[in-house]
Design a protein around this ligand. Structure first.
Ligand SMILES: Cc1cc2nc3c(=O)[nH]c(=O)nc-3n(C[C@H](O)[C@H](O)[C@H](O)COP(=O)(O)OP(=O)(O)OC[C@H]3O[C@@H](n4cnc5c(N)ncnc54)[C@H](O)[C@@H]3O)c2cc1C
Length: 388
């Protein structure tokens, strides 16, 4: 038996013994997700057990080095683990912007002290992070951000920054413990005047105001900073070179969002059941074929990414393809469901899951950079067309 086959058998046996049956059932809503953090209340004993078992093995972040709380697995072993998790329909033990966004950026740009402090906390789900990038005047044109961090000194805090400004669309800012935040430390250059700071959302001067959406939920906030003192050792990378960190992190964010194109696996045709309208049936079949092609493309993309061989613009291509595909999937679910699919507040509709999920997909092609911006990046960096 090869090493990888042996790893697969051991993994299968371990998952069989350690993944509670309740965690092998698809999530019914976002409420079933485990986000972790200082104030997290587990929804069930099974959810707690599953996180503890996976974090104990470093398998919430299987390919991170062991000294930072990871599993130390090779890319091939990581892939086997995700195949075995998928085979038993296991839920993610932890959903976290720390895992999908900040962690990879810290592994590349963080100091040794920062890696030792923040990465194990992320791996164990102890700190919930939010992303402070967008501002009222800086979304697609992110480098136009104006939140300021000025150097300051006092006896008590020593050298620190004072942060003032506003962010917007900060997902879960009201629930997060810490923020990774882009700030302007110099106005001399647009891109080379940005720095990447980490700070506690409980710091004096931080406040959040939830934004209510058409879906009835408030998944994001306006976030305000009023003389927030941030110790200088919470700067990641060099001062004024935060744009490099920001872009690298965005690549990982786009990789994560592209996964929405996988539609949770399985054929849409089987999920919606018999459909009378032959044109709609054909559209569903065409979607299923494209979805299979996307899954194959996604597997190749992740292999290239893990091997460090992915073109830097590939996450943009995958984010565009995955999110547009996911929007198409949910349009078809709504069309196949007819007027019943619009049912909103009822037990039968699982509290309007279908229409709420459909509305949520509209944000997929905006978050992490809009589809138009991804197409501009693909045009410029992959197709070599003149800059947009
Ligand atoms: C669900 C969701 C979650 C989010 N979570 C976060 C978060 O946690 N943290 C955070 O910081 N931000 C978050 N965002 C914000 C997101 O990053 C921004 O909405 C996005 O970058 C677009 O910026 P904008 O909304 O300012 O739109 P704008 O930049 O004003 O764009 C408006 C329109 O103009 C188009 N456009 C702009 N420039 C160009 C161009 N050069 N070429 C062609 N078309 C162009 C855009 O494609 C878009 O259609 C979230 C957004 C959503 C929807």
């Amino acid at each position: 038996m090869g090493d990888l086959d042996a790893f697969r058998s051991e993994t299968r046996a371990w998952l069989d013994a350690n993944c509670p049956p309740e965690m092998r059932v698809a999530m019914r809503s976002e409420d079933d997700a485990c986000w972790g953090g200082r104030n997290w209340t587990f929804q069930s004993e099974a959810q707690r057990q599953w996180l503890e078992a996976m974090a104990g093995r470093g398998w919430t972040v299987p390919d991170w080095p062991k000294e930072y709380g990871g599993g130390g697995l090779s890319p091939a072993e990581t892939k086997v683990l995700s195949q075995e998790l998928a085979a038993i329909g296991a839920r993610a033990p932890l959903i976290s912007f720390g895992i999908s966004m900040l962690g990879p950026a810290l592994l590349k740009f963080g100091s040794e002290e920062q890696k030792k402090k923040y990465l194990p906390e992320i791996a164990r789900g102890e700190i919930r992070w939010c992303q402070g990038y967008s501002e009222p005047g800086a979304g697609s044109d992110l480098a136009g951000l104006q939140t300021k961090a000025e150097a300051a000194f006092d006896e008590e805090l020593g050298d620190h920054y004072l942060v003032n400004g506003q962010k917007v669309w900060t997902s879960y800012a009201d629930l997060a413990d810490w923020i990774f935040c882009l700030v302007r430390t110099s106005s001399e250059s647009k891109h080379k005047g940005i720095s990447f700071l980490l700070f506690d959302m409980a710091s004096p001067g931080v406040s959040t105001r939830p934004i209510l959406l058409i879906s009835g939920y408030s998944p994001f906030c306006e976030t305000f900073f009023d003389d927030v003192a941030v110790p200088k050792d919470q700067l990641v990378g060099e001062e004024n070179r935060g744009w490099d960190v920001a872009k690298y992190l965005l690549g990982h964010e786009r990789e994560m969002i592209s996964g929405m194109g996988l539609g949770g696996g399985g054929s849409l045709g089987s999920a919606v059941g018999p459909v009378d309208d032959p044109l709609l049936r054909a559209e569903i079949a065409a979607y299923d074929v494209d979805s299979l092609a996307f899954s194959a493309m996604s597997e190749r993309f992740l292999d290239q990414l893990k091997a460090g061989e992915a073109h830097p613009a590939l996450p943009s291509m995958m984010k565009y393809a995955g999110t547009e595909l996911n929007k198409r999937r949910h349009e078809l679910v709504m069309a196949a469901g007819g007027s019943d699919a619009l049912e909103w507040d009822s037990e039968r509709s699982n509290d309007g899951k279908a229409p709420r999920d459909w509305l949520r997909t509209k944000g997929n092609s905006i978050e992490g950079g809009t589809s138009e911006i991804q197409l501009n990046i693909v045009a410029k960096h992959i197709l070599g067309l003149p800059g947009a």
